[in-house]
Design a protein around this ligand. Structure first.
Ligand code: PLP
Length: 393
C-alpha cells in the first residue's frame, strides 16, 4: 500500500547542482553563498538585516542574548510549542514563564501576557505556531507599553503574512525586534538544518555575526580576501553557530521555489477546508482575517469524545501518516524541576490542544487525489463508534 507522508521537502536537481557547484569551488563553510542567501532571504521577507545560523534554536539563543537576557531573568512564552523555544531561554540561565494559548488557535493568548510581566521580564518570545501568525499587533503593543523586546519564533512561518497598517507584510520584517526562522526539513523550505535571524537593528545584527563565529573579530572571508596580513581577536565569548555554504546554496534554490510552494500549500489547505467543512465535531484551523498562513501544517481538533490515538492509528492503517498536535513543554521531564519554568496562568487550553489535535499530511507536491483520500479517511474514522473514548464506570 502506498503511504501518504505527513510532510515532504521539495528538493530536486537544482539543489543537487547548487551543492555540487559549492563543493567544486573549494569554499564549503560560511562564505559567499551564505552572504548571498542572507541577502535573498532579507529581500523575500522585507528585512533590513538577515543573518544565517546553524538552526532556529541557535538563532533564538543569539536573539535572547542580543536583547540582554541573563541568568535569573524571565522570558514570557508559551508551553505549547516545540521544546527548543524554551530550551534557548534556559541556555541563557533565564526562566521560561508560560502563558496559555488562545481558545480558537494554537498561539499565545495576548490577553494573558500583561499579568505575567514582572520586574524580571526581559523578553517575550511569541511563536507563529504551525505557520499561523500570532496576534503581533497586540503582543507588540503590550511589549511596547512595558519596554520589553519581542522575539518572534518564526521557525514554521517562512512566507506567512500579516496585515500590518493596511498592507500585507511577510513575517520576519520583523514586526517585533527580532525574528528567528528554521530550515529543518519539516518546514516549508529546507537547508537540511539551518536558521536565520532578521532584524531592523544593525547593532543586533552585528552581534549575531560576531557570536555565530566564535566571537572572532574578522570573518574567514575577509581574512582570506585581504592583501594585508590580518590577526583576528576575540573580544567576546561566541559560539560555532555557522551555516555552511553548501546549506546556503540549497537555501538559495529553495527561496526561488518558495512562492510556488506557498501557492500550492494554500490551494491544498483550501481543499481541506472544502472537503472537511461539514465534518461533525471536527474543528478546522482558524485563520484570522489579518493573517495568511503558509500552511506549514494543517492541524484539526477533534471533539473530546474521540480518541486521538485510535484515529491516528486508523489513518495509519489506511496508509496515512499524521502527527499529534504540538507538545507542551511544562509536561516534559526536562522541565519537571522546581525553578525550570514558571506557569503564569493555567495551561488547560494548551493541554487539551495537544490531546485533541491531529496534523494531517500537507506538502507542496501532494496530489488532489491523495488529499481527497485523507479527507475521506478522516470523515470515515470520526464517525466510527470504536473511535470514542471509553468512559470509566
Ligand atoms: C516553534 C519552533 N521553534 C523552534 C524550533 C527549532 O528549530 P531548529 O530545529 O531549526 O533548531 C522548531 C523546530 O521544529 C519549532 O517548531
Amino acid at each position: 500500500m502506498s503511504q501518504i507522508p505527513v510532510a515532504k521537502p521539495v528538493l530536486d536537481e537544482q539543489e543537487v547542482e547548487a551543492v555540487r557547484r559549492v563543493i567544486l569551488s573549494g569554499w564549503v563553510t560560511q562564505g559567499p553563498e551564505v552572504a548571498a542567501f542572507e541577502e535573498e532571504f532579507a529581500d523575500f521577507v522585507g528585512a533590513q538585516h538577515a543573518c544565517a545560523v546553524s538552526n532556529c534554536t541557535t538563532a533564538l539563543h543569539l536573539a535572547l542574548r542580543a536583547v540582554g537576557v541573563h541568568s535569573g531573568d524571565e522570558v514570557i512564552t508559551v508551553s505549547h510549542t516545540f521544546i527548543a523555544t524554551a530550551n534557548a531561554i534556559r541556555y541563557c540561565g533565564a526562566v521560561p514563564v508560560f502563558v496559555d494559548i488562545e481558545e480558537d488557535g494554537f498561539n499565545i493568548d495576548p490577553e494573558l501576557i500583561e499579568a505575567a510581566i514582572t520586574p524580571r521580564t526581559k523578553a517575550i518570545i511569541c511563536v507563529h505556531q504551525l505557520g499561523m501568525p500570532c496576534d503581533l499587533h497586540r503582543v507588540v503593543s503590550i511589549a511596547a507599553r512595558h519596554s520589553i523586546p519581542v522575539i518572534e519564533d518564526a521557525a514554521c512561518a517562512t512566507g506567512s503574512e500579516i496585515l500590518w497598517k493596511g498592507r500585507w507584510e511577510k513575517i520576519g520584517k520583523p514586526h517585533g525586534d527580532i525574528a528567528c526562522f528554521s530550515f529543518h526539513p519539516r518546514k516549508v523550505v529546507t537547508t537540511g538544518d539551518g536558521g536565520m535571524l532578521t532584524t531592523a537593528n544593525p547593532e543586533y545584527d552585528r552581534k549575531f555575526r560576531l557570536w555565530r563565529q566564535h566571537g572572532m573579530s574578522v570573518t574567514d572571508a575577509v581574512r582570506h580576501g585581504s592583501r594585508q596580513v590580518i590577526f583576528e581577536s576575540y573580544p567576546e565569548v561566541g559560539y560555532n553557530y555557522r551555516m555552511t555554504d553548501m546549506q546556503a546554496a540549497v537555501g538559495r534554490e529553495q527561496i526561488k521555489r518558495l512562492p510556488g510552494i506557498i501557492r500550492s500549500r494554500r490551494e491544498l489547505a483550501s481543499l481541506y477546508f472544502d472537503q472537511l467543512a461539514s465534518t461533525t465535531g471536527v474543528t478546522l484551523p482558524f485563520e484570522p482575517a489579518w493573517a495568511r498562513s503558509n500552511w506549514q501544517s494543517f492541524c484539526l481538533r477533534l471533539p473530546e469524545y474521540l480518541d486521538q490515538r485510535q484515529i491516528m492509528q486508523e489513518l495509519l492503517d489506511r496508509g496515512i501518516s499524521t502527527r499529534r498536535g504540538i507538545m507542551n513543554i511544562h509536561l516534559e521531564h526536562a522541565y519537571s524541576e522546581v525553578g525550570s519554568h514558571r506557569a503564569a496562568t493555567g495551561l488547560g487550553r494548551s493541554v487539551s490542544a495537544q490531546q485533541q489535535s491531529i496534523i494531517l499530511p500537507l506538502f507542496a507536491q501532494m496530489s488532489e487525489d491523495d488529499l481527497t483520500s485523507v479527507a475521506d479517511a478522516v470523515r470515515a474514522s470520526v464517525f466510527r463508534p470504536q473511535m470514542m473514548i471509553e468512559k470509566a464506570g
